[in-house]
Design a binder for this molecule. Sequence first.
Ligand code: CP3
Length: 650
Amino acid sequence: MESQAKDETRAAPDGFAGILVVAFEGRMAAETAALIERFGGRPLVAPAMREAPLEDNAAALEFAARLIDGRFDAVIFLTGVGARALFRAVESRYPRDAIAGALAKVLTVARGPKPVAALREFGVEPTIAIDEPNTWREILVALDQRGALAGKHIAVQEYGVTNRDLMAGLEARNAEVMAVPVYRWTLPADRGPLREAIATIAAGRAGAVVFTSSNQVTNVIRTAEADGMGDQFRRGLGTTIVGSIGPVCSEQLRAHQIHIDLEPSHPKLGHLIKETAAASARRRAPEQNAPATVAAAAEARTASGDQVIRDHPFMRGCRREPVPYTPIWLMRQAGRYMPEYRRVRDRHPFLELCRRPELAAEVTVTAVERLGVDAAIIFADILLPLIPLGVGLRYEAGDGPIIERPIRTIADLEKLPPVNAADALSFVGDAIRLVDRAIGDRTPIIGFAGAPFTLASYLIEGGSSRQYQATKTLAYNEPATWHRLMTMLAQVTADYLKMQIAAGADVVQLFDSWVGSLGPDDYRRLVLPHTQSVIAAVRGLAPVIHFGTITGNLLELMREAGGDVIGLDWRVDLGEAWQRLRYEVGVQGNLDPIALFADRAEIRRRAQAILDKAQGRPGHIFNLGHGILPETPVDHVIALVDAVHEMSRR
Ligand code: CP3
C-alpha cells in the first residue's frame, strides 16, 4: 500500500511535487497528512481548534445572571449559531422560562433571519429584526431610532470574533457594553504548532494551504492577529495556492480578504487535497499548460469559478505568465459611446448610476457581453471618494466633474471630515458583488481608484484642468500642506481599494491620469511616496495596474512606486518602454483611442503593430492608451477586440 501510494505520486503529473502544504485540520489530522503525502506534498498539519464545553462559558453564565437580575436594557444577537450556543450554555444553569421571561422584558435585536429563528425557537420574539444584507451600521441606526443609548446597559452576543466597529459605535454613544463571547471552538491547548504554521505561511514558505472549516479560519486569523502577524499572514497567503472546503469556509476567508484558488468539486477532504495538488501543478508549469488554459477553464467552471479566474488569460497576463492569446479590455468600456449605456443614462443621473449597485452592475456586465473583452471594470468613478469629503462633487453635462468647494489652503484641508471610504462607498462593493454573482465565475473583475495626485488635482482645481496651476502652486509653495493632503488621499484610496478587493475585485487599477504634468524630480518628491503607500497597502491582495498618461518621462519612477502592470499611453513605443522597464512588470496599452475612428483595416494594422512590439512576451495586456471617446463607433470597438484575440492566438 505504502509503496503503491509513492508510485502513484511519482507518476502523477498533477502532484504537489514536494512543496510544503499547510492544513489546520484537528480531528482528521492524520488522514490529512497522509493525503498530502500521497499527492507528493510535505504536510504541516497544525490543529486550529478544539471543542469547548459550553457549560464552562463563564461569560455566558455571567450574562444570564445579570439578565435575570434585570440589569440589561438591550441584548444584540449577531448570529443564529451563536444565539443557540448561548441559550444552550445558560440553560445548563438556569431554567429556560426564567431566561426567556427576562429577554421578553428587554429590547432584543436580531441581526438577520438566523438569530430571529434562534430566538423564536427559544420562545422569544425579537423587538427589532434587522433585514439582510446588513452591517453593524444598521444595528446602530435601529437602536438610535429607539432613543438615546447613553448609560444603557447592552449585551452583545458574539461568535468567534468581536465586531470592533459595533463595539466602538456603542461605546461612542456612551452605552455600557458587555461582550458575551459564545464560541464552541476554542484554540487548542498547545498553540505552538499553529503559531509555527502561521509563521511559515507569513514567511512565504508554504506552497499551498487548505482550510477545512469556517471556524478554523476564524481561529487561525485570531491567532495570527494576536501575534501581530495578521497582515504578513494575509500577504503570505497571497503567494500560495489556497484551497477551501466549501462555500461557508470560503465566505469566511473572503470576509478576511483572503483569496481562494479553489473549492473542490465535492466538499470532501480527499477531493480538496487532490484538486489543490492539481491547481498547484498547473501554477508550477504554466508553459506546459498554457494552450489548454481556456478549455480547462471552461471545463472547471462548474467545479470552481475561482480557479477559472486565476487561470484566466487576463489574470495570467497580470502575473506575466504565458497566455493562449493576448487579453484585452478597454478603459471606459462602459460609457456614452454605447447605446445601451445611453439608454440607462437617459433615465438616471451619472451619480445615481454609480450609487445604485443594480444599475452599476448592469452597465458593467452589458459592456463585457457586448464587446467580448477579457475583464469587467466596475462602473464607478475615480472621484467618488470625494463625496464623503463633503466638497460638493457634481457632474455637469459638457463640463465634466465640478467640485463646489475646492481645497486650496491648510484651513480648507483641516475642515475636511475623517472618511471611512469602505463604509461611505459600500455601494461600490455591493455592485462588485452583483457583477461577481453574474459573471464573476468566468470574467475577472477590475476595481479601481484615482491615485493621490490625480485626485488632489480635482480637489484643488475644482474640476478638470489643463495646466494644474493651482495644484502645482500649492505643492511647490506649501509642501507640508501638500503632503498632508496626499497622505490623507492615499489612506482613503488604500481603504477604498481594499474594500473593493474584499468585495470580489480580482485586480485593481490605480488611475494617475494627469501625473504626466510633472517632471521627474517633482514626481519623486511630491507623488511617489504617496502612490507607493497605496500600492503597498494592497500588495499580495490583488495585482495592481498602475496607469497614467503622458508619462513617457516617468515610467521608471512609476514602476518604482509600484504595480504589477504599468499603463502606457500611445505617445510611447511599447517595445522601447517595456525594455526600459526591464520586463520586470507587465505593460498595458497602448493603442491611440482615435485609431478606433479609422476603418477596420487600419485598426487591424495598428493593433498588429502593437502586438509585434510586445513580441508575444508574457505580461502584455492590450488596451487603449486612454479611455474610449464618446463618439467612437461600437462596431469598431468590437472589431478591435476580435482582431486582437485572433491575431495574438498562440
Ligand atoms: O468603463 C469604465 O472604464 C468604468 C468606469 C469609469 C468611469 N470613469 C465612468 C465615467 C472609469 C474607470 C472612470 C475613471 C475616471 N474618471 C478617470 C480616470 C480615467 C481617465 O479618463 O483618465 C477620470 C480622470 C475620471 C473623472 C471623470 N469622470 C471625468 C473627467 C468625467 C467627465 C468627462 C467624461 O469623460 O465624461 C467623468 C464622468 C464619467 N465617468 C462618465 C463615465 C461613463 C461620463 C458620465 C456621463 O455618462 O455623463
